[in-house]
Ligand binder design. Structure first.
Ligand code: ADP
Ligand code: MG
Length: 199
C-alpha cells in the first residue's frame, strides 16, 4: 500500500559509473536496500539536456557554493572567491560537460522515504568527505580540491534528487509517465504491511 511517505527520486548513473564498469554494483545497492526501480534506461544526454537538469534554483546554487566554501574552511584552505553563487555558476558550466560526456543510466527509484534513503546510499557529494559504506566513499577517490585544481566537476558517479520537489521536476525532465511502471513488490505486500500482525 502506498502511504503519504512513499516518494520517487531520480537517480542518474553519470558517465564515470559506466566507464568504471559499476552499473551493476550501484544498481544492486538500491535493490538490496529494498527500494523499487520503476523506470530505467540508458541515455547519452545532449548538452541542452544536461543544462536543463542542472538549471537549479538560486537556493540550491547557493547551497552548492556554501558547501564548497565550508569544505575549504574545514581544511584551513582559501577558495579564490568567497561568493557562493560565483562558485556555483562556475561549477554549473563544468557539470554540463561532465553529464553529457557519454552514456548514462537514468532511473526512477521509489519507496518510503526514498529521497533520504537514496541520498544516504549515494553519500556526501565530495568523496573525500563521504562516510565509508556509501557510493562516493567506496568507489571514488576525487575531492573538491583536486577537481578545482583541474578545473572540472567532481567525479562522484551518481546523481540523486535532493528533495521531493526536485525529484518530481527531474523525473518529468527525463521520463514520460508511460516509461514509469506501477507494480507491487513482495516487500510492500507482506513485509511492510500489517499482514503478519493480522494473523
Ligand atoms: P549533489 O550531487 O550532492 O546533489 P549538487 O547538486 O550540489 O550536489 O551539485 C551537483 C554536482 O556538482 C555534484 O554532484 C558534483 O558532481 C558537482 N560539484 C558540486 N560541488 C562541486 C565542487 N566544489 N567542485 C567540483 N564539482 C562540484
Ligand atoms: Mg543536487
Amino acid at each position: 500500500m502506498k502511504t503519504k511517505l512513499h516518494e520517487r527520486s531520480l537517480v542518474l548513473l553519470k558517465p564515470d559509473t559506466i566507464q568504471r564498469g559499476l552499473i551493476g554494483e550501484i544498481v544492486a545497492r538500491f535493490e538490496k536496500k529494498g527500494l523499487k526501480i520503476t523506470a530505467l534506461k540508458m541515455v547519452w544526454p545532449t548538452k541542452e539536456m544536461a543544462a536543463k537538469h542542472y538549471d537549479l534554483p538560486e537556493s540550491a546554487m547557493r547551497q552548492l557554493g556554501e558547501r564548497t566554501l565550508a569544505t575549504y574552511a574545514e581544511k584551513g584552505q582559501k577558495h579564490r572567491t568567497n561568493d557562493p553563487l560565483e562558485i556555483a555558476r562556475d561549477i554549473m558550466k563544468k557539470l554540463v560537460g561532465y553529464l553529457s560526456a557519454g552514456p548514462i543510466v537514468a532511473m526512477v527509484v521509489e519507496g518510503v522515504h526514498a529521497v533520504a534513503h537514496i541520498r544516504k546510499i549515494r553519500g556526501a557529494t565530495n568523496p573525500l568527505a563521504a562516510d565509508m559504506g556509501t557510493i562516493t566513499a567506496d568507489y571514488a577517490v576525487d575531492s573538491y580540491f583536486i577537481a578545482d585544481l583541474q578545473a572540472r566537476a567532481v567525479r562522484n558517479l551518481v546523481h540523486a534528487s535532493g528533495n521531493v520537489e526536485e525529484a518530481e521536476t527531474e523525473i518529468k525532465l527525463w521520463f514520460r509517465e508511460g516509461e514509469i511502471y506501477d507494480y507491487d513488490l513482495a516487500i510492500e505486500k507482506i513485509l511492510y504491511s500489517k499482514e503478519w500482525e493480522a494473523k
